[in-house]
Write a protein that binds this ligand. Structure first.
Ligand SMILES: Cc1ncc(COP(=O)(O)O)c(C=O)c1O
Length: 393
């Protein structure tokens, strides 16, 4: 598509990565499966091995992979994208590509749990020093940056607890001391926050969530602003054997076509549910940055253009059996971890069990909601019945 930069994001969602002129006029890029790539001459083969661009070995991508990567970078409004087999692979590949023994990583305390495990187990084994920091630290992060701090990792809003980080302040502090800033932008997608525009160096996506959008594929992506950094990460990632499956890249690209309309509905339903939950006597607190009462609301309004459908709420103290009675009896809300699909989810979570830099003691059980695309009145009726079970257990 010509002049990508001139199009609004809804137009990019519709056309980015599509090349009908290269594919017999077919609208969607076909799924190319490949391991072996054949060459006609030794010279051609040696050049491909040296340059390592385009289609040259199945593991390093096929035209389907490249179409997905092209579209992700177009949505981000810059940089270059790399497809990974999952969101966690995108996190792992980035950290393992950039860190070495003796380096220091500043990791936000509200990071997605398995990323924390990766730091505590794998990175620690390789001699990388990890410090967890308060998501609300803002410019104060400067005091934690050491001469060997290579990366500052952000996730905003944070997993499970949804604190909004002061992204520009943290990025500025990192850059002032020569560190790179990485942001897991899965909650917002480029539609609600264009992270490169806020100075972030590397953006991470669990494309499994809103890009794929239908709960049926695992996929990740990273977008890197600087071409040399992109190439370094790409070579290291290739060297570790990560390979996003062509079928999943196809599903990611196909999901992207409806991401705009889906996300608007996820966001609307999420905010409506959050407001309704605020009025419930059983609820102590709703953790949704789109609510004016939320402590992160001002930063969220400053940096984000909207909300997606994921948030949490805290119940007033009650027995675990009451929570189980509520969530196990839901008719529409499934109990499951991977969010971002079209369907609603509700599950108990335990942020207090994993945090180390900051205490999480909200005084009652925390439940995470993913607002799907169902009619809001049916979702509210389902939750209403759930609260009846909670009270009756
Ligand atoms: C914020 C965030 N980042 C990364 C991931 C990991 O993505 P994946 O499940 O595709 O590995 C998740 C998964 O839930 C997530 O919520």
């Amino acid at each position: 598509m010509p002049d990508k930069k001139n199009y609004a994001i809804d137009t990019l969602l519709t056309h980015a990565g599509n090349h009908p002129e290269l594919n017999y006029g077919i609208v969607n890029p076909p799924v190319y499966h490949a391991s072996t790539i054949l060459y006609s001459t030794v010279e051609q083969m040696e050049r491909a091995q040296k340059e390592r661009t385009g289609v040259f070995y199945g593991r390093y991508g096929t035209p389907t992979t490249f179409a997905f990567e092209e579209a992700v970078a177009a949505l981000e409004g810059g940089g270059q994208a790399l497809a990974l087999p999952s969101g966690l692979a995108a996190i792992g590949a980035t950290l393992l590509s950039l860190l070495k023994a003796g380096d220091h990583l500043l990791m936000v305390d509200s990071v997605y749990g398995p990323a924390r495990t990766l730091c505590d187990k794998t990175l620690a084994r390789f001699g990388v020093d990890v410090t967890y920091y308060d998501p609300l630290i803002g410019a104060g992060i400067a005091d934690l940056i050491r001469p060997n701090t290579r990366l500052v990792y952000l996730e905003s809003p944070g997993s499970l607890t949804f604190e909004v980080q002061d992204i520009p302040a943290i990025v500025a502090a990192a850059h002032a001391k020569g560190a790179l800033a990485i942001l897991d932008n899965t909650w917002a997608t480029p539609l609600l926050l264009r992270a490169l525009g806020h100075g972030v160096d590397i953006v991470i996506y669990a494309a499994t969530k809103y890009f794929v959008g239908h709960s049926d594929a695992m996929l990740g992506a990273i977008v890197v602003r600087d071409p040399d950094l992109y190439r370094a990460i790409k070579l290291a990632t290739h060297g570790m054997g990560y390979c996003a499956a062509p079928d999943d890249c196809y599903l990611g690209l196909r999901g992207m076509r409806t991401l705009g309309v889906r996300l608007r509905q996820h966001g609307e339903n999420g905010l409506a549910l959050a407001r309704w939950l605020q009025g419930r006597p059983e609820v102590a607190r709703v953790l949704h940055p789109g609510l004016p009462e939320d402590p992160g609301h001002a930063l969220w309004r400053r940096d984000f253009t909207g909300a997606s459908g994921l948030f949490s709420f805290v119940l007033k103290p009650c027995a675990p059996a009451a929570v189980a009675a509520m969530v196990e009896g839901m008719r529409l809300f499934g109990m499951g971890g991977s969010w971002g699909g079209y369907e609603s989810l509700l599950m108990p979570v335990k942020p207090e069990a994993i945090r180390t830099a900051t205490a999480w003691a909200p005084g009652g059980p925390t439940l995470r909601v993913h607002a799907g695309l169902e009619a809001i009145e049916d979702l509210i009726a389902d939750l209403d019945d759930g609260f009846r079970r909670l009270a009756g257990a």
